[in-house]
Design a protein around this ligand. Structure first.
Ligand code: ADP
Ligand code: MG
Length: 322
């Protein structure tokens, strides 16, 4: 469909890469995987009203559609290289496309990621981005591999995106707290994929995944994959000043445990390596916080600040569960 729309996308995302032998414009892209590398591929779809609120700025939509996919590459310890974009639009709209492509490019450029093709169709606003990255054979981080006794860590802070969504749904605030609200909404709309952190974890993390559905759900997947359990201390959960400034302790804890869309990395490392990993991730800007340990058994248990185990059935966070 609409070739001019595709041209607009191509112009705005143009980026030279040696390994792109043929990019947007032919029936298929031709790409050269560097010798000695494995190809890591992932795809995620964002549907308006489901994965981002109606009324989200086009540039934020373009950014987020790429960010959630780069986050998957980050969680594998892969270096991003190429992307495809399948775009479904209610109607051809040049201004909307320009915004979307600009938001996509803002994140693609620092990662030297080339958009090499896609598809454009008419229908309810939906974006599917497929990403491709490289990882040396045997060095990818996977969900399996956590060992009993390993420390459980997360990058950055948790709960901000879910709290940002709550802010969008609530009444506008016009006092000094507006800036904290904006910080949380920005975390929802412009997640920062932890690509550099994922690379730094190669050869160190025993297991890793990104937190897209909420810490409890995702750490649960990591535990299932490794045949282990985890014990988490709610008091150790890293929470941002904005989250703690706008929500009480229990709400902030529940956002951090159950809220999705943070796109931080959750990973396990042998205890002896925790300090070294924390120093390196602090240097990369996101930092990493130890929140608990891997234990024998299955499932994730959460100890509250008073030392008691939280009961999923009664705690406020079970309604977030996917
Ligand atoms: P075909 O029908 O042969 O698949 P299309 O008209 O769908 O061709 O696409 C023409 C070219 O534009 C192809 O190279 C395709 O990869 C690219 N393209 C189409 N839509 C997009 C998009 N939303 N983003 C990037 N490239 C796109
Ligand atoms: Mg096509």
């Amino acid at each position: 469909m609409e070739f001019r729309l595709i041209d607009r996308i191509r112009e705005r995302t143009a980026l030279g890469r040696e390994d792109v032998r043929l990019g947007i414009g032919d029936d298929a892209a031709l790409l050269a995987v560097p010798a000695g590398q494995e190809l890591a591929v992932a795809i995620d779809t964002l549907v308006e009203g489901v994965h981002f609120p109606q009324g989200t700025a086009p540039a934020d939509i373009g950014w987020k559609a790429l960010a959630v996919n780069l986050s998957d590459l980050a969680a594998m310890g892969a270096v991003p290289a190429w992307a495809l974009l399948a775009l479904t639009l209610p109607q051809p709209d040049a201004a909307f496309i320009d915004g979307l492509a600009d938001g996509f490019a803002q994140l693609a450029q620092p990662h030297r990621l080339a958009l090499v093709g896609g598809d454009t169709t008419r229908g309810p606003l939906t974006l599917s981005v497929a990403v491709h990255g490289f990882v040396p054979p045997g060095q990818a981080l996977t969900r399996a591999g956590a060992r009993v006794g390993d420390a459980v860590l997360v990058t950055g802070t948790l709960g901000d995106a879910a709290a940002g969504l709550r802010c969008l749904q609530g009444p506008m605030q016009t006092d000094a707290r507006t800036s904290m609200r904006d910080v949380l909404i920005d975390r929802l709309n412009r997640p920062m994929p932890r690509v550099a952190a994922g690379l730094a974890l190669r050869g160190r993390a025993s297991a890793c995944l990104d937190v897209s559905d909420g810490l409890l759900a995702d750490l649960g997947h990591l535990c299932d994959a490794g045949g282990v359990g985890a014990e988490i201390d709610a008091a150790l959960l890293p929470r941002s000043p904005a989250l703690l400034g706008l929500f009480d302790e229990v709400a902030a804890r529940d956002f951090a445990l159950g809220g999705g869309d943070d796109y931080e990395l959750c990973f396990t490392v042998p205890v002896a390596r925790v300090a070294e990993v924390q120093i390196d991730l602090a240097r990369l800007g996101c930092g990493a916080t130890r929140i608990g340990s891997i234990v024998a058994g299955e499932g994730v248990r959460v100890r509250d600040a008073d030392g008691r185990w939280l009961e999923p059935g009664r705690a406020g966070w079970d309604h977030f569960a996917a």
